[in-house]
Write a protein that binds this ligand. Structure first.
Ligand SMILES: [Zn+2]
Length: 338
């Protein structure tokens, strides 16, 4: 609950949003935006909007080559807000000065080229865009698409079958009949770098859908009742037939596909002397790579991130998932360069 005093501070900050807010002030303001629909609606006029079209965010490139979201004010997006806009809009966060930030999904019939020209940006494939921006921005993009998808797909109460009422911010949906409440879901995924200290090598795997030459780390969704350590040990056994121990957490990353996941990055050690036996259904290959080979694969994608989206790469020239993907970070940590 917000006190009257804090409400006054928040109102004042929203009207005069030129100074940086403290972290706590921003979080409490964001909490009110998420939970108080009347307040949230009032703030639309002062908000910044990030547009998505068919899953693609509107991104721009600065003269120095940095890619970032294009934020539009309420006046610029007013005509894109039809009577259904509340189903296509959600709260993304707050700028450092306390300006509310929203994501807005534009209709499929809206022409995108004029918007791109007017705003000097491009509606960019999200799988590409996530690797062009810095980590906080990638999480903002990921949150935006996950919330829009959740709003689009959350229609009926799973207990009684009646239509749900979604709030504007995208923080919850409630059933007016049985009063059940639903929240945007995030699925936990364990992703792990597996090393064998006895041969100073790292295990990398290849899925058939990867572009030629790309290798990555083992990953899989947590099963019900599993710990993260259980998940990682099970995935290693299922996917490559290798038993691991000494599982430890390193870092995490939100990922908008398939519909909002939390990639939980771990490292683990294989019991010595095991050879991978890749699961033929999920994997095309799994191999131990020496430190020099992993370094080469790391350098190759760093020098040429475009390899990630090309289909005509030399399959013998191994490269890792690009910077911005947690698999890249896990491999970099094993190399002791990140
Ligand atoms: Zn219900």
């Amino acid at each position: 609950m917000l006190t009257r005093c804090l409400r006054n501070i928040i109102s004042s900050n929203l009207r005069h949003s030129t100074r940086q807010l403290s972290y706590v002030s921003r979080i409490r303001l964001l909490q009110r935006l998420k939970e108080d629909t009347g307040f949230c609606k009032e703030q639309l006029g002062a908000g910044q909007f990030l547009l998505y079209s068919k899953g693609k965010p509107l991104l721009g490139r600065s003269t120095s080559g940095e890619t970032s979201p294009i934020w539009l004010n309420h006046t610029s997006v007013g005509e894109l807000m039809d009577q259904n806009f509340e189903l296509n809009c959600a709260v993304l966060g707050l700028s450092e000065t306390g300006v509310p930030q929203f994501v807005l999904n534009i209709g499929e019939t809206v022409g995108t080229s004029s918007l791109e020209q007017e705003n000097k940006g491009r509606f960019t494939d999200l799988r590409v865009g996530l690797f062009l921006v810095d980590s906080p921005t990638a999480h903002t993009l990921s949150r935006g698409w996950s919330l829009l998808l959740w709003k689009k797909n959350t229609k009926f109460c799973t207990k009684c079958g009646n239509p749900l009422v979604l709030n504007l911010s995208g923080s919850q949906a409630s059933c007016p009949v049985c009063f059940s409440v639903y929240y945007p879901s995030t699925s936990p995924v364990g992703i792990v770098s597996i090393c064998d200290p006895s041969r100073d090598s790292l295990l990398l795997i290849r899925q058939p859908r990867y572009p030629p030459g790309m290798y990555s780390c083992i990953a899989g969704f947590l099963d019900a009742g599993e710990t993260l350590e259980d998940c990682v040990r099970r995935e290693a056994a299922e996917e490559v037939g290798i038993e691991v121990h000494k599982v430890s957490y390193l870092s995490s990353q939100h990922w908008p596909f398939p519909a909002g996941s939390l990639m939980i990055g771990c490292q683990a050690e294989a019991l010595p002397g095991q050879e991978p036996d890749p699961c033929k259904v999920e994997l095309e290959d799994a191999r131990w790579f020496t430190r020099n080979q992993v370094q080469e694969a790391f350098d190759r994608i760093k020098e040429n991130p475009g390899l990630r989206t090309r289909k005509d790469n030399d399959p013998e020239k191994i490269f890792l998932a690009p910077r911005g993907a947690i698999a890249n970070f896990l491999a970099g940590r094993w190399l002791n360069i990140l």
